[in-house]
Each structure stands twice: as structure tokens, then as C-alpha cells.
Design a protein around this ligand. Structure first.
Ligand SMILES: *Cc1c(COP(=O)(O)O)cnc(C)c1O
Length: 360
């Protein structure tokens, strides 16, 4: 068996030991004679899988009992509506920071439910940076402040957590969760689609401070209500059981690697190696201000765009997959989430150097 290095932005590469464990368990989970996919979500077996996943995640991220950990569905995009409907009871506006495509989508959806204050935007700089703390024109009466710590498409990432006073801070951690240590207690709510750093698509993780539950709008659908999900241990209806189980295996794997501390060190090395290769050549480029370059998603361009398809074809021949940039920005993008080993980054850098020598 030969596995490629998959640089896809999402659904993304999963750790090989996780896939091997899932394969070993597939027909017969722990001698029970059935697959996890075939179990009742109410069975003792699945409930133990579910609880273990939550416990491991709490340990990894240092999540206290002040927060509910919810395993939801609908992807991060459904949260764009779920958040205002849950948190805005009693408030008539919310603050949003605009740093790119995912911020914009969150803003557009929130506008259907409330007045949105865009408290900072770096669009005038073409989203090549995140705003500084001093640029945030926050409103003390806002129901919450929403931002996107890592813009998966643009490839920019905050190097700080905004200080928003007593207003709850809401963060879309879809593409950066578990990639480095983070002080959870700074946030009112964190959400993340699973398919980047957690597991397969179909699962959405929501961490919400319990005192923020119960601020719901009356029209909030039951299935989107955080307090309902919490009360039913994320099993008000049938949850995506297999994705939940796989997420648990990924959490175990992160823990075996040394937790988020070790992940952060690994991810920093990978990012430095790749940006270093881009910066040391005129053949490749990345427009993001160095301070705000994403550790997870590394977009880069070739000086001569006409070589793009040759670059991608050569990469694929070497088992370096899904390097094409997002359709809205073009160029290349290497997503190097937790599951991407350093060997994958080394293989990409070696290929980039070879390609440049051949074509420059
Ligand atoms: C991928 C992504 C989303 C969208 O996630 P879905 O689960 O597909 O809805 C939203 N925000 C960010 C930052 C992302 O990376």
C-alpha cells in the first residue's frame, strides 16, 4: 500500500494510525461482532465511545465544566445561523471582524437575524493581514464578537486572541482547532467543522460557555438549540456516530503525539519550512504579512501562472495531492493540518525546488 501526501483543505488527511485502527475495527468493534456504524447510538457501547471522545477532547484543550461540549451537524456553515439565534436573545446587534471569505459568509448569514457591526476589516489590504487589537471598534452592547482565527482560503491567522472585555468572544476554529495550545477560557463559544483537524465531514464541534445558554430567540429550531443538545448529550436525534467515533480516535492520536503543545511545535516547524522555501525563491510567492501567516493553510503562487497546470500535474505524479488553490483565489494552497507529517512538507519542498530548476 502506498499512501499519497494529501494537501487538501478539507475534507483533509487523517492520521494513518487512525485509519488503520478504523480498518481493524470495521467489521467487528472490540469483539462485539458488529461495526460502530451499525450500533444504536443509545447502546452502552456507543455511549462509551462518545463519552470517551468528549473526555479526551476536554483533556487536550483544557475545557472546564463551565463549558458544554456539543457534537452537532450541519458543518461550520450552519453555525453561522445557529450562533445568532442562540446568543442574541435580549441583544439587537453583534460585532464581526472581517478577514476574508469565511468571515464574510458568517457576516452575511448573521445579517439575516440581527444588525451586524463590522468592527474591523482588512479588505482594503486585500486580506493580507489580520487587524491589530487597537483597530477593533467594539460595541459594549453587542451580543457577542465573532471572528475567524484562521482564514482557510486566504491563509491568514491571528497571532493573538482579541480582548473584547465582557462581551462573549465567538470563534470559528474550523481550520485551526487542536493545532496549538489555546486558552479556552478566553472564549464564550468555539465552533469547528470536523473535516480539517478533527475527523471526517459530518460532525461539527461546538464548545459553549454554559452561562450563555438560554439567550435564545423564540424562532430557534429545536435541533439548533445548544441547551437541547447539551441536555440530551448531543443525542436529541441520531448523531453522526461513525464520524464521532473517528474523531475520538483522532483525539487519542493527538494525545499520543504529546497533545496540542507537541502539535504546535510540529506545526510551527512545518510552516517555517514551507514559508522559508517560498521566501527564498523569486519563483514562488505568498502575499500574507509574515506575522499573520497561517500555520495550517499555505497559499502560494508561481511567478508565471502559465506553469500552474504543469506544477500540479508533476506534483500529482509524485503523490502530492490537492495542491490547487481555492477556485476564488487561484494559485496553489498546501494545507498542512496536524495529520500532515514533516515528511510530506519535505517532499513538497523538494518538488518545488526541482520544478523551479527545470522551469526557471
Ligand atoms: C471549512 C470552513 C468552514 C465551512 O465548513 P463547513 O463544515 O463546510 O460548513 C467555515 N469556516 C472555516 C474557517 C472553514 O475552514
Amino acid at each position: 500500500m502506498s499512501r499519497a501526501f494529501n494537501f487538501c483543505a478539507g475534507p483533509a488527511a487523517l492520521p494513518e494510525p487512525v485509519l488503520a485502527q478504523a480498518q481493524a475495527d470495521l467489521m467487528d468493534w472490540q469483539g462485539k461482532g458488529l461495526s460502530v456504524m451499525e450500533m444504536s447510538h443509545r447502546s452502552d457501547e456507543f455511549v462509551s465511545i462518545a463519552q470517551r471522545a468528549e473526555r479526551t477532547l476536554r483533556e487536550l484543550m483544557g475545557i472546564s465544566d463551565d463549558y458544554a461540549v456539543l457534537f452537532m451537524q450541519g458543518g461550520a456553515s450552519t453555525q453561522f445561523a445557529t450562533i445568532p439565534l442562540n446568543l442574541l436573545g435580549g441583544h439587537d446587534c453583534a460585532d464581526y471582524v472581517n478577514t476574508g471569505i469565511w468571515s464574510k459568509k458568517a457576516i452575511a448569514e448573521a445579517k439575516r437575524y440581527t444588525r451586524v457591526n463590522v468592527v474591523a476589516s482588512t479588505e482594503a489590504d486585500n486580506f493580507t493581514r489580520c487587524p491589530d487589537q487597537s483597530e477593533l471598534k467594539l460595541n459594549p452592547e453587542a451580543g457577542y464578537v465573532h471572528y475567524t482565527p484562521n482564514e482557510t482560503i486566504g491563509g491568514l491567522e491571528y497571532d493573538y486572541i482579541p480582548d473584547v472585555g465582557d462581551v462573549p468572544l465567538v470563534a470559528d476554529l474550523s481550520s485551526t482547532i487542536l493545532s496549538r495550545p489555546q486558552d479556552i477560557n478566553r472564549f464564550g463559544l468555539i465552533y469547528a467543522g470536523a473535516q480539517k483537524n478533527i475527523g471526517p465531514a459530518g460532525l461539527t464541534l461546538v464548545l459553549v460557555r454554559r452561562d450563555l445558554m438560554g439567550r435564545t430567540r423564540p424562532e430557534l429550531p429545536t435541533m439548533m438549540d445548544y441547551s437541547v443538545a447539551d441536555k440530551h448529550d448531543s443525542m436529541y436525534n441520531t448523531p453522526p456516530t461513525f464520524a464521532w467515533y473517528l474523531a475520538g480516535l483522532v483525539f487519542d492520536w493527538v494525545q499520543q503525539q504529546g497533545g496540542v503543545q507537541a502539535m504546535g511545535e510540529l506545526n510551527r516547524r512545518k510552516a517555517e519550512r514551507l514559508y522559508g522555501a517560498i521566501d527564498s525563491s523569486d519563483f514562488y510567492g505568498n502575499p500574507i504579512q509574515p506575522r499573520f501567516r497561517s500555520w495550517m493553510n499555505v497559499p502560494f503562487t508561481l511567478a508565471d501562472e502559465r506553469l500552474n497546470s504543469a506544477f500540479l500535474a508533476g506534483a500529482e505524479e509524485r503523490g502530492l495531492l490537492s495542491l490547487q488553490g481555492h477556485r476564488s483565489v487561484g494559485g496553489m494552497r498546501a494545507s498542512i493540518y496536524n495529520a500532515m507529517p514533516e515528511a510530506g512538507v519535505e517532499a513538497l519542498v523538494a518538488y518545488m525546488e526541482t520544478f523551479e530548476k527545470e522551469k526557471a
